[in-house]
Design a protein. Sequence first.
Lengths: 154, 154
Amino acid sequence: MDAELREKVYDFIEKKGLRKTVQREAIIEAAFSTSSHYTAEELIAMARRIEPSVSRATVYRTLPLLVESRFLKEIDLGKDHKTYDPNFASRPHHNHIICVDCHKVVEFEDTHIETLEDCISKRLGFSPATKTIRIEATCDNLKRFGTCKNKPKA
Amino acid sequence: MDAELREKVYDFIEKKGLRKTVQREAIIEAAFSTSSHYTAEELIAMARRIEPSVSRATVYRTLPLLVESRFLKEIDLGKDHKTYDPNFASRPHHNHIICVDCHKVVEFEDTHIETLEDCISKRLGFSPATKTIRIEATCDNLKRFGTCKNKPKA
DNA sequence: TTAAATGCAAATTATTTGCAGAAGC
DNA sequence: GCTTCTGCAAATAATTTGCATTTAA
């Protein structure tokens, strides 16, 4: 986990008047030591590798805190469960494109989209805040081979 | 409900080899007789006003069919439940901007965004399909008055 | 010392499913 | 008549919560 980020996260914790517990430390460490997206359940497993006493409840209670801190973001990949993306600390403006078939997710940034969204928000009488763009598309594998690697049987 | 749309929906039903039942008719009628977004639970209530025998299970079984037909779309408003938007039949390319505080939702269309997304998709090796844009922002009421009408107490 | 945080297990909420009877084609 | 659909009620899955206990500050 990036040292600078770690410091920022603990600053946030402290400013909120929250306590530094071994469980929270483990969860934070786990949450930001990967660049992969994960579910709450997966984070429990990762945190327990660092500190086995971490309970499901504590992870579920810590996740909203991290989301509130803005270092972690809840993203919608169209699944039944929430997915978390730890990469907003380093790239606050990225978006996701998802293959409708193999569910491959690619992150991207684009300044034009940023600008455009600002314009649109203002035009509609809003002050832009968080933006979520999700493009669902067909990846090249599907186009070329009629199927992609991980295409579910369904 | 728009007559043209009704015909298209029943075409879809028929092409899939599905049967036309009173319950399905009521659900379809309810689903497309409003331009408001709704939850499954709300659709149950609306459909029952037309045909009281409609059960929860049938609504939950019919919703994925309508989504598959592309006339209804599941949208993510950041709630714990799914939200459905019946306006994609008339405006297939619209997007949503949501006030982070009062949860007001405004629909908008923008050709530039369309174009930009096509470019981005292709650049990343995808063929554009469904696009979801959700902008979370602060609405003017909040900016002006420090609060918006429906701001939850939380 | 004392308020906040934890683990556990039970509760909640949205959604899904098995099954026996009803109904479309 | 043969399937597909339906309602019901029970099952599931993700997440939340109450409470007694532990722990950080």
